[in-house]
Write a protein that binds this ligand. Structure first.
Ligand code: PMP
Length: 387
């Protein structure tokens, strides 16, 4: 028997063999000429993946939370006003981080779990608060809700706020055009649609953000995250020169280099379209099985993951059955509905066959949980969509 299951959680995801091979290669010096070249190319390629030709990339050992911390630490000074477009668990986290650096945070909450705040609600908050910055969680991993980043970013710009997008569960899967949409800072982590094992925090900061950073009056309150230290490092590597502040995650950088080349070979437009198609196929299966999604409206549905309520009479015991059918999916995360739903990630190198296998495993779990449905109806719906 094959002792390997398909990992379909919203990160870490399945990684390609070439990325994993880079992880296993003999580690080079962080100032070796070939590593400097790789680091330099990574920075150049990140601008292309984020569609941010004017951006300054930072790649630092750490997770997505460090990328959030880095954005807040370098931009917030005590007393600054911040607006958090709140779609769930990770928006709450951003608020806590901003507050840690002294920001006065106002939330614009979704009306209900699974919803996103409307553009009008955000506009009136921007009007009355006039924040220095606003944060948007592109895809809230706790609810599978995607926000309308394009329109919200335009609004933020209109009211003079720096627009910060948490793309941890989105970037390189969900459509995002940093420069064109007026996003001042976008951030992510390696383990999701970027397709590299956990351990890298990635931030791309636009000119308005770098300008705001350069006019700070107070020291950055976080030594490790301080761009005063990291900016010269990024500039040195991009100029193909050795430099040191803190040891880079060498093998992860080699792996990111491989992954970014793969992403750019696929092409961003094709990649966005593939994520949409696979997501639609999975969601078609969910509907055919008469299951309800957490996002309340189709335009709020992420393409990188899905959140699905357990039907009547089924509970999280189904996760074990799905696992026994060879696929690992994730349980609930949002505190208000944690026990009522599960999450399936479909991003990165995921294929149509992975989606079909996942739907088949979910059908197996539903069947073993006593749920009544026409066997195979989900698989057929997904396959129809894919074909
Ligand atoms: N933001 C979002 C939207 C996320 O999904 C996550 C991780 N699931 C984070 C931030 C935090 O990232 P990490 O767990 O890598 O620190």
């Amino acid at each position: 028997m094959k002792n390997r299951k398909l990992l379909m959680i919203p990160g870490p995801i399945e990684f390609t063999p070439d990325v994993l091979r880079a992880m296993g290669m003999p580690t080079t010096s962080h100032v070796a000429q070939n590593f400097i070249e790789v680091f330099g190319q990574v920075l150049e390629d990140l601008r292309k993946v984020f569609l941010a030709p004017s951006g300054q990339p930072f790649v630092v050992p750490g997770s997505g939370t460090l990328a959030m911390d880095m954005a807040a630490a370098n931009l917030v000074e005590p007393g600054d006003r911040a607006l958090v477009v709140n779609t769930g668990y990770f928006s709450d986290r951003f608020a806590k981080i901003l507050e840690r650096y002294g920001a006065a945070v106002t939330h614009v909450h979704a009306q209900a779990v699974g919803d996103a705040p409307s553009v009008n609600e955000v506009e009136s908050a921007l009007q009355s608060i006039k924040p220095k910055l606003m944060t948007i969680t592109h895809v809230d991993t706790s609810t599978a809700v995607a926000t309308n980043v394009k329109d919200l970013a335009a609004l933020g710009r209109k009211y003079g706020a720096l627009v910060i997008v948490d793309g941890v569960c989105a970037t390189a899967g969900e459509e995002m055009r940093q420069d064109e949409w007026g996003i001042d800072l976008a951030l992510t982590a390696s383990q999701k649609a970027l397709g590299v094992p956990p351990g890298l925090a990635v931030v791309v900061a636009g000119p308005r953000v770098m300008q705001a950073f350069s006019t700070r009056t107070k020291l950055v309150g976080n030594f490790y995250a301080d761009w005063t230290e990291w900016l010269p490092i990024m500039q040195a590597y991009e100029g193909r020169k050795p430099s040191y502040f803190a040891t880079p995650a060498v093998n992860l950088m080699w792996a990111l280099h491989v992954s970014l080349k793969g992403i750019l070979a696929e092409g961003m437009e094709v990649r966005f379209a593939r994520h949409k198609k696979l997501s639609d196929a999975f969601k078609a299966a969910v509907s055919a099985l008469n299951l309800k999604q957490v996002p309340t409206r189709p335009e709020n549905c992420a393409t990188t993951l899905s959140g699905v309520y357990y039907p009547q009479g089924v509970d999280k015991g189904i996760l074990k059955y799905i696992d026994e059918a060879g696929v690992i999916v994730a349980g609930g995360l949002h505190p208000a509905i944690r026990e009522q739903y599960f999450r399936v990630g479909h991003m990165g190198a995921v294929t149509g066959s992975d989606v079909i296998a996942t739907v088949a495993a979910i059908e197996s779990g539903l069947s073993r949980s006593g749920y009544i449905f026409e066997k195979g109806v989900g698989v057929v719906a997904a396959q129809r969509h894919l074909l």
